[in-house]
Design a binder for this molecule. Structure first.
Ligand SMILES: [Zn+2]
Length: 426
């Protein structure tokens, strides 16, 4: 089955499956809308399950709505290697986000079986339920589910038609009362691997088809409120103003400059939402609230920037006669990929002569939830123009096949009996 390009995976089969899955819930020509726990989502699951069974995996839909296909290992007591992603999408989403991770995992495992390789540990291919969080406004549901990270009240969350998550799960044939039994016991998952589109422009700018993910950055989310004094736009002299919008604008611009200072660093900072009160063209703005999103792979640098943002707020508030307050909405730490898995991915790419630049993941993925219970690794596939969550999202079949090939070789390395016999744990 060796092709001229040195690839062992079956690119044609993979391409066809990606194409077929993209027809389920298709909107416009290249987009999909497969919201979690909808009939379209179920149609996708039925199709992927059929392919899993064709490949020879034992499949089930767990109580969280995750589709799982299992290949037994020679020693089923060993911790599982889990590989997957999601097949739900954004309402106006693309065909590659998540889908290539599930279908790539299936292709890699099917290829392993066709090559006559019997893994020592069990391998599970998984399509996680509701990664996107678009329907119930909270994502990573299935991956948080199996790792015991669901929060109080999640089943009562409603979609915009008033349907609760519980009702949607039950309509899907899932039984929330069985959640407890479906949580994987501590230590039962040994590694998690995920192939995903980059959803950003970095790999394209490096002319690299694939990238090795170093980790998922932890966002700090703040809401800042600056308060000044309202007044008539026509009567208050400039020297007597306490304009909350001018102060906020100064802070926002200076924050952006500050985040750009180390161009080599992966640090990103964004002010994405702003609200002005009273929001009238002839009143000096009295109060402005804006959000801050700050991400980095190094907590130390992120903390330093946060400290400098506080200084900026102090300085500019006193300069413009304002006061400010802030709330911290999210503060999560970066989650690093495991060295041993990164090494396995790196050497797999070397086998096919592919350079593998390293980059961080700004967005969340199911891997984030798994990172709290096992080692994990991620491979990114180049995205055209960095676009995602949109029908124009595109990754070429060649790039996806390369990613799947590296995934296949990584799994082969991690599960091969030779490695077991000399006792080295990859
Ligand atoms: Zn995704």
């Amino acid at each position: 089955m060796q092709t001229t390009t040195g690839k062992i995976i079956n690119q044609l089969r993979l391409d066809n499956r990606i194409e077929q899955l993209s027809c389920i819930g298709q909107i416009v020509e290249t987009g999909v809308c497969r919201l979690a726990l909808t009939p379209e989502d179920m149609e996708g699951i039925i199709q992927v399950r059929l392919w899993m069974e064709e490949a020879g995996l034992v499949t089930w839909l767990d109580p969280f709505g995750n589709l799982i296909g299992r290949l037994e290992g020679t020693d089923s007591s060993l911790p599982i290697v889990m590989i997957g992603s999601h097949i739900d999408s954004q309402p106006y989403g693309g065909r590659y986000d998540g889908a290539i991770g599930v279908l790539g995992a299936l292709e890699a495992v099917q290829c392993l079986m066709e090559q006559g390789i019997r893994p020592r540990m069990p391998i599970e291919v998984i399509a996680f339920c509701d990664e996107e969080g678009s329907r119930f406004n909270k994502g990573l549901f299935g991956s948080r589910g199996i790792t015991g990270q669901l929060e109080e009240g999640e089943l009562e969350r409603k979609d915009k038609n008033g349907v609760t998550r519980r009702e949607a799960l039950e309509a899907f044939g899932c039984a929330p009362e069985q959640f407890a039994e479906a949580i994987y016991p501590a230590g039962s998952i040994g590694s998690y691997l995920e192939l995903h589109i980059e959803q950003g422009p970095v790999l394209e700018s490096l002319a690299a088809p694939l990238g090795l993910v170093t980790g998922i950055s932890g966002p700090l989310w703040l809401t800042v409120t600056m308060k000044g004094m309202a007044g008539h736009a026509g009567s208050v002299p400039m020297g007597m103003r306490h304009d909350a919008l001018v102060g906020s604008a100064k802070v926002i611009a200076a924050f952006d400059d500050m985040v750009r200072e180390e161009p080599e660093a992966p640090t990103v900072g964004t002010v994405g939402s702003l609200s002005v009160f009273p929001d009238s063209r002839n009143i000096i703005p009295e109060q402005v609230s804006f959000t801050v999103d700050l991400r980095d792979m190094e907590m130390e640098r992120r903390n330093r920037l946060e400290g400098r943002l506080m200084n900026l707020l102090d300085d500019i508030s006193s300069e413009y006669g304002l006061t400010y307050s802030l709330t911290e909405d999210t503060n999560s730490e970066p989650r690093y990929c495991a060295e041993r898995i990164k090494n396995a991915i790196r050497s797999s790419a070397e086998e096919i002569g592919l350079p593998l630049p390293e980059l961080m993941s700004g967005p969340f993925h199911d891997a984030l939830a798994l990172s709290y219970v096992c080692d994990y690794g991620m491979i990114f596939v180049r995205s055209k123009d960095g676009v995602s969550h949109h029908p124009s999202e595109y990754s070429s079949p060649e790039d996806i096949a390369l990613g799947t090939e590296v995934l296949y070789r990584t799994i082969r390395q991690m599960c091969s009996p030779e490695i077991a016999s000399n006792g080295t744990d990859m």
